[in-house]
Design a protein around this ligand. Structure first.
Ligand SMILES: N[C@@H](CCC(=O)N[C@@H](CS)C(=O)NCC(=O)O)C(=O)O
Length: 238
């Protein structure tokens, strides 16, 4: 069974978790403490310490650069999900870089403001130290003070996605592609604390988000040549 190593509020873990749910195959979640990456270090043979990581039998998958999509592409080809069609590769690769920097960069700050409600007490010291070493002393207080402006910036950065969704049920197509899951993951991180809603004015985005919470691959025709290996089809061998 495929195993996802993660922690719950990580934007990049939410992306892979939703892709796995979408596929309909059974999978196992192993939560790791945010501040203790010993297990990740061990299973990746001392090559990686971030999450998400996927283990599938003897294979252990993790990202090789900031904008690689090793895990999602592996799940896509293993489970035949149609997330990376060749004709969308160019536009998707531009979009996922944007989503994972411009959108993620605001979402994680807005969620981290509530770190004391989210991070278990035993992990709070390491969390605070990690953030302050990376972003400077007092960064979490500073983001709390900037909350209003950060929310306004996020509203603005979501406008192009709202515009895309005025014409299609998913960002690029009639079915979800990788960038839908990518944006869903970043917004999942933003919404994790329970203190925010998606902007009321972005009505198409809100409807899309509701669709993304439930969407299943079996609702869409398989686009691969080997139809018998589609999820939901007999003989998929999982
Ligand atoms: N581009 C990577 C980014 C992974 C990443 O940044 N993961 C975060 C959690 S959201 C992490 O583990 N960071 C290292 C740390 O917190 O020490 C991906 O898509 O998986």
């Amino acid at each position: 069974m495929i195993e996802l190593f993660q922690f719950d509020w990580s934007p990049f873990c939410i992306v892979q978790r939703r892709i796995l749910e979408f596929s309909g195959v059974p999978f196992r979640i192993t939560n790791i403490p945010n501040g203790d990456r010993t297990l990740i270090w061990r299973i990746t043979k001392q090559r990686y310490h971030a999450v998400p990581v996927i283990r599938d039998g003897k294979s252990v998958l993790f990202e090789v650069s900031d904008d690689s999509q090793v895990i999602a592409k592996y799940l896509d080809s293993r489970l035949r999900l149609g997330l990376f069609p060749w004709e969308l590769e160019g536009v998707q690769s531009i979009l996922w870089r944007h989503i994972e920097t411009e959108v993620e960069g605001l979402c994680f700050k807005l969620n981290d403001i509530y770190w004391q409600e989210i991070v278990p007490r035993s992990e709070q010291l390491l969390f605070l130290r990690h953030k302050e070493r990376k972003f400077g002393r007092g960064c979490l207080d500073q983001w709390r003070a900037e909350r209003k402006e950060l929310l306004a910036q996020l509203d603005q950065r979501l406008v192009p996605f709202e515009q895309m969704l005025m014409y299609k049920p998913f960002l690029l197509d009639q079915r979800p592609r990788f960038v839908d899951f990518d944006l869903y993951g970043m917004l999942g991180n933003f919404l994790y604390s329970g203190h925010y809603r998606l902007p009321a004015a972005h009505t198409h985005l809100r409807e899309w988000h509701r669709r993304m919470e439930r969407v299943q691959s079996k609702s869409f025709p398989c686009e691969n040549a080997h139809q018998s290996r589609c999820p939901g089809a007999p003989g998929r061998g999982l």
